[in-house]
Design a protein. Structure first.
Length: 181
C-alpha cells in the first residue's frame, strides 16, 4: 500500500514542470512534422531505393554492362540501353547523373531535410523532383522510340521517381505555405 510520501511524489511527477530561477535552459517543445509523417517516411525510403538502384547502375556503367542481372535479348535488354549513345547526357553518364540526383534527393527527403526551417530547402526538393521527372520522361522516350529496348533497373528508377513526384507534390503546397509564414 502506498504511503503519503509515495502519493506526493506521484503528484509532483504528474504536475507540469515550470521554469525556476535555476533553470536557464530553454524548454524543448515537440515540433510536429510540417507534413504527414507517412510522407516523410515514404519519401525517405523511396529515395533510398532510388539511390540503391542508381548506385547499381553506376557500378554497371563503369564495370561493364555485362554485370547487370538482366536479359540481353528481346525488348528487355539492359545492356542495349546502358551502352547506347542515349546513356550519356551532355557528355556525362546518365547513371552518374541519376546517382547525384538521388544523393541530393535522399538528403532533402531525410527526416532532417523535411524539418529544415529554410524555405529554399523545400523549394529545392520540389524543383529537383520536377527536373528529375522531366529527365525520366526523356529517358523513357529514348528507350521506347530510339533504342527500342527497355532496362528493368532504369524502369525501377523511373517508377520510384514518379511515385516520389506524387508524394512530394501532394504535400508541397502545405509545406511551402507553412514555411512562408
Amino acid at each position: 500500500m502506498p504511503n503519503a510520501h509515495d502519493t506526493r511524489d506521484a503528484e509532483l511527477a504528474a504536475e507540469p514542470r515550470g521554469r525556476d530561477e535555476h533553470d536557464d535552459a530553454p524548454r524543448r517543445t515537440h515540433t510536429p512534422w510540417p507534413v504527414p509523417s507517412s510522407a516523410v517516411v515514404a519519401s525517405f525510403l523511396l529515395s533510398l531505393v532510388g539511390l540503391g538502384l542508381s548506385i547499381y547502375l553506376t557500378i554497371a556503367h563503369f564495370a561493364g554492362a555485362h554485370i547487370l542481372a538482366c536479359s540481353s535479348t528481346g525488348t528487355v535488354d539492359c545492356t542495349a540501353v546502358t551502352t547506347s549513345p542515349q546513356s550519356y547526357f551532355l557528355g556525362a553518364p546518365v547513371a552518374v547523373l541519376g546517382l547525384g540526383f538521388y544523393v541530393l534527393l535522399t538528403i532533402l527527403n531525410s527526416p532532417w531535410g523535411w524539418r529544415a526551417r529554410h524555405y529554399w530547402v523545400h523549394v529545392a526538393r520540389l524543383v529537383l523532383i520536377g527536373i528529375g521527372m522531366c529527365f525520366v520522361l526523356w529517358l523513357i522516350g529514348a528507350e521506347l522510340l530510339i533504342i527500342n529496348h527497355v532496362c528493368l533497373y532504369c524502369t525501377g528508377v523511373h517508377v520510384v521517381t514518379f511515385i516520389l513526384l506524387i508524394v512530394i507534390t501532394r504535400v508541397a503546397s502545405a509545406q511551402l505555405a507553412r514555411e512562408q509564414r
